[in-house]
Design a protein around this ligand. Structure first.
Ligand code: PLP
Length: 409
């Protein structure tokens, strides 16, 4: 039964509670297996996954082609280090570069590492071409770039900084979507501007039309780099392979992670012509980056995300989810706003419900739904892009039931 772990599951939860550092507060559920857009706990309860992890399992759980690629590589070679080539790793980099503006790719294991590499690359590029003043990286309020000490500093949200000071220098923050503010903030000191084309953790805020073009123009004027953090919004999530492709610009650097590995850990930093030659042997590295098993799976993910029919379906499903959410919200005066970029959807609760997003997420578990939040007032939905009509409708029913239970209290 939902919400009542069996003694066996409770023992797992108790062990986790004892042994985990307390930086997470997992729901009292022990997930055990997944298939498509559904996951099952150890007690046999079934959940619709409206989070895809956190924007990771975008092709669903146990996709047979991903399983086959992983198993094939598992039976060949797991790891050799970056002192040698392997086919999945080299081919993935080639295919990633061919998919966009990039010339070269660095592989690592997570989003934070990809952004860390982007920050280092920007600094290295600046150090080779400009004086020592020219190192500043500008990021945007509401953005999220990771949890390492540099990427958490790049994350212009004080709540993530508290207690971790002193933070590294050289970062400046600017209001998102504020053209005048970024124009005033940029100077000869600026080495790079780092932006999420759609802010995910910050509450599903897309760059307004023209904002990325404005950034590109300013970066060109100041000879600064434009870094697109597509860790959450890239890999098909918005209905195009990369979210920047909704604009007319190309960045100089792009970071990917999350969905690229289909559920296995990977990060990638893609470098365009201006910066692709900056890092020389020994200047940066990662023991596990480019792991052949993960790369074999990522190659299949990348190929599938380039399927036009899938991208079209993401847009169709997005409209369906938004229409249904808006209708539900209007009838109950629930939402201040419903925002979506493809299947990156946020429903912002209005007063007096504005602190209830967490309660909706908890109610979801009791209703057989895994859904996410972004802050205290936004319920965030990122279902697998491959979700079926039936799973989506079922998930929406459960979501509406979760709003009803959470907001009735
Ligand atoms: N950048 C963005 C936009 C993200 O959403 C995240 C994670 O949520 C990260 C970076 C950090 O990625 P990771 O948790 O894999 O280090």
């Amino acid at each position: 039964m939902y919400g009542s772990p069996t003694p066996e599951s409770q023992a797992v939860i108790d062990a986790g509670k004892q042994a985990f550092l307390q930086n997470y507060a997992p729901a009292p559920v022990v997930l055990d297996r997944g298939e498509g857009a559904r996951v099952y706990d150890k007690d046999g309860n079934e959940y619709i996954d409206f989070g895809a992890g956190i924007s990771v399992s975008s092709l669903g759980h146990q996709h047979p082609d991903l399983v086959a690629a992983a198993i094939d590589q598992l039976h060949k070679l797991w790891h050799v280090s970056n002192l040698y080539w392997t086919e999945p790793t080299a081919k993935l980099c080639e295919e990633l570069a061919a998919s966009c503006f990039a010339e070269r790719v660095f592989l690592c294991n997570s989003g934070a590492e990809a952004n860390e590499a982007a920050i280092k690359l920007a600094r290295k590029w600046a150090s080779a071409t400009r004086d020592a003043e020219h190192r500043e990286i500008i990021t945007f309020e509401g953005g999220f770039h990771g949890r390492t000490i540099a990427t958490v500093t790049a994350t212009a949200q004080p709540k993530y900084h508290e207690g971790f000071e002193p933070l590294p220098g050289g970062f400046t923050y600017c209001r998102f979507n504020d053209r005048a503010a970024i124009e005033a903030a940029m100077s000869e000191r600026t080495a790079a501007v780092m932006v999420e084309p759609v802010q995910g953790e910050g509450g599903i805020h897309p760059a307004e039309p023209g904002f990325l073009e404005h950034l590109r123009k300013l970066c060109d004027r100041h000879d600064a780099l434009l870094i697109a953090d597509e860790i959450q919004c890239g890999m098909g999530r918005t209905g195009k392979l990369y979210a920047y492709q909704w604009s007319d610009i190309e960045p100089d650097i792009m970071t990917l992670a999350k969905a690229l590995g289909g559920g296995l850990p990977i990060g990638a930093m893609l470098a365009g012509p201006k910066v692709a030659g900056c890092l020389q042997p020994g200047s940066h590295g990662s023991t596990f980056g480019g792991n052949p098993v993960v790369c074999a799976v990522a190659r299949v993910v990348l190929q599938k995300m380039q399927d036009r029919a899938l991208m079209q379906r993401v847009q169709t499903l997005s409209e369906r989810v938004v229409t249904r959410l808006k209708k539900f919200g209007e009838e109950r005066q629930l939402f201040a706003d419903v925002r979506a970029s493809g299947l990156l959807v946020g429903a912002q609760l209005r007063a007096p419900f504005a602190d209830k997003a967490g309660a909706v997420m908890s109610a979801g578990v009791d209703n057989g739904l895994l859904v996410l939040v972004a802050g205290s007032d936004v319920v965030r939905m990122l279902p697998p892009l491959t979700i079926s009509d039936e799973e989506l409708n079922d998930g929406m029913d459960r979501l509406e039931a979760s709003f009803e239970t959470a907001l009735a209290d």
